[in-house]
Ligand binder design. Structure first.
Ligand SMILES: Nc1ncnc2c1ncn2[C@@H]1O[C@H](COP(=O)(O)OP(=O)(O)OP(=O)(O)O)[C@@H](O)[C@H]1O
Length: 260
């Protein structure tokens, strides 16, 4: 197994254990997802990937272990504190505001960074912040190639378009570390390729870090710099996509013929 690439600490986890009653969903997991890299977290259904995401974003308190964000221990910090430090995430089930336009949905991604700040700041959004919202929205519409959709209501979009708006919304937040939970779900091959190209470009341009949970092996193998493989809550392998593809242990546990 090789060592993860990248020197700038992003998200790091040590000895992470999460139990639901008698079921140990995640067992002493450890990984590093540095800035400037796309790190993949893969494994079969029920392996514990979403549970790890929920612990990293603060929705679940670990039974044991430590979660560090940019070298700060955030294990006991709420989701809003982690977001203010620069952690953004998407969810498997997109939760766009269907009656709002694409542009409004993306603007909310920037405005959401005020969550957890002083109530007055949230009520009286200062002019500088309003300008930042406008700028972030324009940048993201361009980056995700959805400028022509800006006035469409989200409820009228195809799944592929909705995934791009969902990505745009988290990108508008200007987060330094992104957790993307099965972002290609419901996309066809061409849409998945386009999605992967956007994520790769974002990481290169913004030097942010990405932790990607994804079942689409073609996407994972093409965009990730480094991979962690989870099976029944345990990290069974880590390495580059080529090393993962060549691993008999991974093949046996998970990839099967898909890795060929
Ligand atoms: N809130 C919960 N209460 C009890 N058990 C849970 C809870 N959430 C997850 N689990 C269990 O934890 C294990 C890991 O689930 P998790 O959803 O993290 O897997 P996953 O790797 O994300 O799967 P998938 O690829 O299907 O999304 C499973 O056995 C699941 O049933």
């Amino acid at each position: 197994m090789s060592q993860p690439l990248g020197d700038s600490p992003g998200l790091g986890v040590q000895g992470l254990t999460i139990r639901f009653g008698g079921n140990t969903a995640v067992d002493a997991a450890a990984f590093e997802a540095p800035l400037g890299r796309i790190t993949g977290l893969i494994g079969p259904n029920g392996a514990g990937k979403t549970t790890i995401f929920n612990a990293c974003s603060g929705l679940l308190r670990p039974s044991e272990g430590e979660i560090r964000l940019f070298e700060k221990d955030v294990t006991g910090r709420p989701p809003s504190a982690r977001a203010q430090l620069g952690l953004g995430r998407t969810f498997q089930q997109m939760d766009l505001f269907d009656s709002l336009t694409v542009e409004q949905n993306i603007a909310i991604g920037r405005e959401a960074r005020l969550a957890g700040s002083h109530p007055l700041k949230q009520l009286l959004c200062p002019p500088a912040e309003r300008k930042a919202v406008r700028q972030a929205t324009e940048e993201v519409l361009e980056l995700c190639g959805i400028r022509e959709l800006r006035h469409e209501v989200a409820g009228s979009l195809s799944t592929g378009q909705r995934r791009l708006v969902d990505l745009g919304r988290v990108l508008a937040g200007g987060f330094s570390m992104l957790l993307l939970d099965e972002p290609s779900s419901g996309l066809d091959t061409a849409e998945t390729g386009r999605f992967g190209a956007i994520v790769t470009r974002v990481v290169a341009e913004r030097c942010c870090g990405v932790l990607l949970v994804e079942h689409d092996m073609a996407l994972v193998m093409s965009v990730c710099d480094y991979l962690y493989v989870l099976d029944f809550g345990q990290m069974i392998f880590q390495g580059t996509p080529a090393e993962v593809r060549a691993s008999e242990a991974v093949r046996a546990a998970y990839l099967g013929t898909e890795a060929a």
